[in-house]
Design a protein around this ligand. Structure first.
Ligand SMILES: Cc1cc2nc3c(=O)[nH]c(=O)nc-3n(C[C@H](O)[C@H](O)[C@H](O)COP(=O)(O)O)c2cc1C
Length: 366
């Protein structure tokens, strides 16, 4: 079992590095979100404050590396690189699903390395929803948390992937009860994250009720797990699964829409991810109401090249974010939450159809 999990994780990394696994006909929707240029500088560029306090932790910028890997030698190397980069830059990161190490303690080191390389950074443990419902008790989850002395726990939702993946277990009801029990037992924040299909307001409200602290929307427009599983199915000759993967390649709620749905319908901490590729994307996501952004695929591609490249990509994100903040006159992330923005096109229509008033964003301002 653990061998299977380990091999699968390696195939995921390889597929994501070698194939085009991003959305084709759906986008994050952030291109339909327009920040309004302010020609008269309101704040000094050098005084722009990017630091944020989220989950009681001081981040130097509102950016985390989303859950990627662990469980194999290659995963260990990647976790080590990412951890070193986020430690140096004062950011945070999630490790990938810790299932492999819970099945085989010999693989724990592939995750523990993150804490070794990042003694003070914000680290997020990671488990899957099916395992939480069907396999794990609270003691198992504690083991995952303790493995990396995690500051928070992420429970990932990947129902689409579970259906397409040959070894997948899509599961059924029972998740909310399992999360409720966990939230009563654990004393670190619980984040529920999708993996590229977004989270709707109805589910966000249910998650808030059972005691979750944060939601990482991981919306559509970035990495598509249907695409990843499409390629894996093709390689193994499972043409039916490959076909299913192509049908659902672009399934999901665009990231921009999901941010608004979750931010407007709950008081939870919102992490925006799924296709965040530039500092400008980050600025728009934060302005829509997110507290932090997460980036996965570009960080995987950078990490295989080493720590310097990982730091470079993160610094570029930070620079782009700071530039956008300067151009809209936001001196800090709180102010970025208040600047005016225009939402147009399909994102406007989607939000209106769901009962939101995108005009409210256009009317506000500093
Ligand atoms: C190679 C790879 C492995 C991933 N493994 C996990 C995982 O184990 N647990 C998880 O919660 N998300 C996992 N993800 C999903 C990401 O955390 C993220 O939600 C998703 O890729 C969307 O972000 P992106 O468009 O920036 O890649 C993985 C992503 C990639 C690319």
């Amino acid at each position: 079992m653990s061998h299977e999990t380990r091999i699968r994780k390696l195939e995921h990394i390889r597929t994501c590095l070698e194939k085009d696994v991003e959305a084709k006909n759906i986008t994050t929707g952030l291109e339909h979100v327009h920040l309004i240029h302010r020609a008269i500088p309101r704040v000094s560029f050098q005084d722009i404050e990017l630091s944020v306090k989220v989950f009681g932790y001081e981040f130097s910028a509102p950016i985390i590396v989303s859950a990627l890997t662990g469980g194999a030698e290659e995963g260990k190397r990647i976790n080590a690189v990412l951890a070193e980069a986020v430690e140096e830059l004062g950011l945070g990161m999630g490790v990938g699903s810790q299932r492999a190490a819970l099945e085989d303690p010999r693989l724990e080191e592939t995750f523990r390395i993150a804490r070794k390389k990042a003694p003070t950074a914000f680290l997020i443990a990671n488990i899957g929803y099916t395992q939480l419902v069907e396999d794990y008790d609270v003691a198992d989850v504690r083991k995952a948390v303790e493995m990396i002395e995690a500051d928070a726990l992420a429970i990932h939702l990947n129902p689409l992937q579970e259906v397409i993946q040959a070894e997948g277990r899509p599961g059924g009801p029972g998740l909310l009860n399992a999360i409720k029990t966990l939230s009563e037992e654990l004393d670190i924040p619980i984040i529920v994250k999708e993996t590229g299909c977004g989270i709707a307001s109805e589910d966000a409200r249910k998650l808030e009720k059972v005691g979750v602290d944060g939601i990482d929307v991981a919306g559509a427009g970035g990495t598509s797990w249907a695409a990843v599983e499409h390629y894996r199915a093709l390689e193994s000759g499972d043409l039916a699964k490959a076909e299913l993967g192509s049908q659902f390649w672009d399934w999901g709620i665009p990231t921009a829409v999901s941010i608004v749905e979750v931010a407007m319908s709950t008081d939870l901490t919102v992490i925006a991810s799924g296709g965040i590729r530039t500092g400008l994307d980050a600025a728009k996501a934060l302005s829509l109401g997110a507290h932090m952004v997460g980036v996965a695929l570009p960080m995987l591609k950078a990490a295989v090249k080493g720590v310097e490249q990982a730091k470079l990509v993160l610094k570029q994100l930070i620079n782009g974010l700071k530039t956008a903040m300067f151009l809209v006159g936001a001196g800090n992330v709180d102010e970025l939450h208040k600047v005016a923005l225009i939402i147009d096109g399909p994102v406007y229509q989607w939000l209106r159809a769901r009962g939101y008033h995108p005009e409210c964003y256009a009317m506000r301002g500093l």
